[in-house]
Design a binder for this molecule. Structure first.
Ligand code: HEM
Length: 162
């Protein structure tokens, strides 16, 4: 059983690094790069980023979020309800798990459907694309901010801060 928990923790942390790592890539590199490429009238434009980088990054981002959540839930195991109802002894990991759940919701219910409009997967007119762009940027920023306390709360359970 101990081996299973070690594997779950390894999978959770590895997928969490990929998920949050891409979240930071989107906020700190990709969005500023697309804005700079769009503004640079003498440059190649953002098409290459949208065609070759964004779809790949979003694929790993989406599925890393699912693996992180499922491995985290498995790590909670019988304490799942106690954590999500913030019972004594599970308050910090509970808050961290709720934050992770909000991040997951934002990825699948807000960011991905709007990104599909920007990538031309879902039909959208110019006005809808502009709204989708603003929604993706705002939600990515919200997830960036929420990831900071999430990582604090995640690292408390295993180190005795309950
Ligand atoms: C972006 C999302 C998440 C990231 C980056 C993340 C990251 C981490 C990290 C780095 C640890 C190890 C802390 C340590 O040992 O010092 C951890 C532990 C843990 N995480 Fe998450 N986590 C995320 C979301 C979740 C979610 C959604 C759940 C529950 C559904 C969860 C449940 C747990 C549990 C139970 C532990 C404690 C494991 C133990 O006993 O060592 N995590 N998480």
């Amino acid at each position: 059983m101990e081996t299973v928990i070690i594997f779950e923790r390894w999978l959770h942390i590895t997928a969490g690094i990929l998920w949050v790592g891409l979240l930071y890539f989107f906020n700190l590199v990709q969005m500023p790069a697309i804005a700079a490429a769009t503004e640079d009238s003498n440059g190649p434009g953002p098409q290459a980023i949208m065609k070759y980088i964004v779809p790949r990054a979003l694929l790993w981002f989406r599925w890393a979020s699912i693996v992180t959540w499922l491995a985290g839930a498995a790590l909670l195991g019988p304490a799942f309800i106690a954590a999500f109802t913030l019972q004594p002894g599970f308050v910090n990991i509970g808050i961290g798990s709720w934050l992770g759940t909000i991040l997951l919701f934002n990825v699948w219910a807000i960011i991905w459907p709007n990104q599909k409009k920007l990538l031309g997967i879902t039909p959208a007119d110019e006005q809808q694309k502009q709204r989708a762009k603003r929604t993706v940027a705002l939600t990515a920023r919200i997830n960036l901010v929420l990831s900071l306390p999430l990582i604090y709360f995640m690292s408390t359970q295993a180190h005795g801060v309950l």
